[in-house]
Design a protein. Structure first.
Length: 319
C-alpha cells in the first residue's frame, strides 16, 4: 500500500472533535437552540432495548423529528413498544437540543454518533487539547482508502468501531466542537462575493464575464455582495427564458465556507485547513461514493485515544 500523505494539522482545544459532512456545516447550531423539529428522550425500564429495536440511531435521544409528524412519531413509538411488551416512553424536549450539547451528551453516554438532520455525525472525546494533530490519508488508485487522525505518539494496541460519519457532499470536515459555533457558512465576512458561471453555454449567458482559469468557467471575482446577488438573479431569469441553454451559476459569498473550499480547490491533495473560533479545522474531499464512512477508534495501552481512522473507501469497493 502507498505511503500516507499529509493532509494537514488540526487543533482541538475543547478536547471534543467532530467528524461530519463538510457540506452540512451551515446546519450546525453550536450552542444555539431553535429549529422547527422536535427532539425526544426515551425513558423507562426498557428504554435501551426499545431504542435498539426502534432503529433510529444509538442513544436514548431521538433528534430532528419534523414538528408536523411529532404526534404520529410518538404514537408509532408507543405501538412499537406495545407490540414487543417493552416498558418505555417518549418525552419531548421543550426546544431542540443544540448540536454542541448533542456532542457533549453523546460523549458522556458513550454513543458513537448522533444525527444532523438525519445524517450521522461522529463525536470523539478525550482528544489532546494542547497540540496539533496530524491528519493523513492512504492513497488509493483514485482518492483515498483511509483518512487517519493521529492523536498520540503512543502505539495503538486496541481498535474498535466508533460509528460512521454520513457524507452526501463528497467531503468531510474535522473540527473542534466549540470552535464550530463560530463557523459562518453563507454570509459574506467582508461584504463581497464571487460569481462563477459554468457550462457549455456560460459564455453566451454571461458574455461580459471574465474567464476564470483557476475556478473554471467564467465570472466575476470580489464583487460587492448585493451586486453579485443582482447578477445571479439576472442569470436565473435568463435561464428561465432560455431553457435550452446549458449552464450553472454558483454564487460564493466570502464566508468561511468560501475561503476553505477555495483552499481545497487549490490544494494538490484536495484538502485544506482554516482557523475558525480559536482552532484549526480541516476539510478533505473524499473522492468516493457518498454514504456512511465507518470510523474506527484506536486506543493505547492506558486506554487513551491514540488514532481515529475513517474508512473512506470500503475494502470491497473497486479502486
Amino acid at each position: 500500500m502507498a505511503d500516507e500523505v499529509l493532509l494537514g494539522e488540526i487543533t482541538c482545544p475543547s478536547g471534543a472533535l467532530v467528524l461530519l459532512d463538510g457540506g452540512y456545516l451551515g446546519l450546525w447550531s453550536g450552542d444555539r437552540a431553535g429549529g422547527t423539529a422536535v427532539d425526544f428522550e426515551v425513558h423507562g425500564p426498557d428504554a435501551v432495548p426499545a431504542v435498539r429495536t426502534f432503529d433510529r440511531g444509538p442513544g436514548l435521544a431521538l433528534y430532528d423529528v419534523p414538528a408536523h409528524w411529532a404526534t404520529g412519531f410518538a404514537a408509532m413509538f408507543r405501538r412499537h413498544c406495545a407490540e414487543r411488551g417493552l416498558d418505555a416512553a417518549l418525552t419531548a424536549h421543550p426546544r431542540q437540543i443544540p448540536h454542541r450539547d448533542r456532542v457533549r451528551r453523546a460523549i458522556e453516554a458513550g454513543d458513537p454518533e448522533f444525527p444532523l438532520m438525519g445524517v450521522p455525525v461522529v463525536p470523539v472525546g478525550g482528544v489532546p487539547p494542547d497540540r496539533p494533530l496530524r491528519v493523513s490519508a492512504t492513497p488509493a488508485e483514485y482518492g483515498w482508502h483511509d483518512i487517519v487522525i493521529t492523536l498520540s505518539d503512543h502505539t495503538p494496541v486496541a481498535r474498535r468501531p466508533h460509528g460512521g460519519v454520513g457524507v452526501d457532499n463528497s467531503r468531510i470536515a474535522l473540527a473542534d466542537a466549540d470552535a464550530l459555533g463560530a463557523w459562518v457558512h453563507d454570509d459574506p465576512l467582508d461584504g463581497r462575493a464571487d460569481l462563477v458561471v459554468r457550462g457549455p453555454d456560460g459564455g453566451e449567458a454571461a458574455p461580459d464575464a471574465a474567464p476564470l482559469s483557476r475556478e473554471g468557467g467564467q465570472g466575476w471575482l470580489d464583487l460587492p455582495f448585493d451586486q453579485a446577488v443582482s447578477r445571479a438573479l439576472d442569470l436565473e431569469d435568463y435561464a428561465r427564458h432560455h431553457p435550452d441553454r446549458r449552464f450553472a451559476v454558483d454564487l460564493r459569498p466570502h464566508s468561511h465556507q468560501w475561503e476553505l473550499m477555495a483552499r481545497v480547490r487549490a490544494s494538490p491533495v484536495e484538502a485544506a485547513t482554516l482557523d475558525v473560533g480559536g482552532a484549526t479545522m480541516l476539510v478533505a474531499m473524499t473522492t468516493a461514493d457518498d454514504g456512511i464512512l465507518p470510523v474506527e477508534l484506536a486506543t493505547d495501552a492506558a486506554g487513551a485515544p491514540a488514532e481515529i481512522r475513517i474508512q473512506v473507501r470500503p475494502a470491497e469497493h473497486p479502486a
